[in-house]
Design a protein around this ligand. Structure first.
Ligand SMILES: NC(=O)c1ccc[n+]([C@@H]2O[C@H](COP(=O)([O-])OP(=O)(O)OC[C@H]3O[C@@H](n4cnc5c(N)ncnc54)[C@H](O)[C@@H]3O)[C@@H](O)[C@H]2O)c1
Length: 254
């Protein structure tokens, strides 16, 4: 459990916290007693999340952080740590979908997906790892991967490879940072009905086709994903590290 003493509240940083899984997780962590730094491309879109965190009686800090730009990753992490007096837990939630046939995807599209989804996630982990190891404090990371990184789906080459990279990165960092009491885990959501996904899931034939592949015959929601992140960051998960937990209604059980 990331804590340094009774006088200091636990702190977390959540990327991409304006909507969907990131917002639900940030607000849930406030309920669990964390003060929360929320980051996204701009701070205006974070206003609702900040208000919801503060309504739970926790402190919130909104920080602009663009995962494509290393200077922004470093400055954003430093600003969050400064605002909350250190960071104990990191949720790498921000990510971008990319649906392209393998014959069509361009080098630029590939680079964008790998830069945001994989490199951005890793360099955020690096920031927290350096921060905690220098301070001699324990901590925890949960990254949001995807079922697309566990099994192959057509037309998801760059997204799927990036998410598979997050799963493997999770195992490597868990081992490398175990001596520092930093736990590193990931969740792999299946299709989750968030604001950004809702329009594409509204097409009836597509919806029926997708639901037919899920044993529980429904999509997940942001609160279900947030619940797993909260568990993995919390005291009940103190012996769990290096794991990727699929939250997919049974999709990958086939
Ligand atoms: N919704 C799903 O069906 C689903 C399924 C599996 C995995 N996921 C993953 O869950 C995570 C959240 O998904 P969601 O549906 O809630 O997404 P979302 O699109 O609602 O949120 C993603 C956030 O990431 C931010 N972001 C995008 N580019 C960024 C950049 N360069 N730097 C910093 N932030 C950036 C966006 O502004 C947005 O707030 C993503 O990593 C996604 O890949 C989602």
């Amino acid at each position: 459990m990331p804590t340094t003493g009774s006088e200091r509240r636990r702190t977390a940083l959540v990327t991409g916290a304006s909507y969907g899984i990131g917002a639900a997780t940030a607000i849930g962590l406030a309920e669990d007693g964390f003060d929360v730094a929320v980051t996204d491309l701009d701070t205006a879109a974070l206003a609702d999340t900040v208000a919801a965190i503060e309504a739970k009686g926790a402190r919130a800090a909104a920080v602009a952080l663009d995962l494509r730009v290393q200077g922004s990753v470093e400055a954003g992490f430093a600003a969050a740590a400064e605002a909350l007096g250190g960071i104990d837990a990191l949720v790498n939630n921000a990510g971008i979908p990319m649906t392209r046939a393998a014959t069509e995807i361009t080098r630029t599209e590939w680079d964008t997906s790998l830069t945001v989804n994989l490199a951005g996630t890793f360099f955020m982990c690096q920031q927290l790892g350096r921060h905690l190891i220098a301070a001699g404090r324990p901590g925890a990371i949960v990254s949001v991967a995807s079922t697309h990184g566990l099994v192959g789906f057509p037309n998801t080459i760059a997204y799927g490879v990036a998410k598979a990279g997050i799963a493997h990165m999770t195992r490597i960092l868990a081992i490398e940072w175990a001596p520092h009491a930093i736990r590193v885990n990931a969740i792999a959501p299946g299709t989750t009905e968030t604001e950004t996904r809702a329009p594409s899931l509204a097409v009836p034939e597509r919806r029926a086709l997708m639901l037919n592949r899920i044993p529980l015959r429904r999509f997940g929601d942001a609160a279900e994903m947030a619940a797993a992140v909260r568990y993995l960051l919390g005291p009940q998960a103190s012996y769990i590290t290096g794991q990727v937990l699929a939250l997919d209604g049974g999709l990958t059980a086939y």
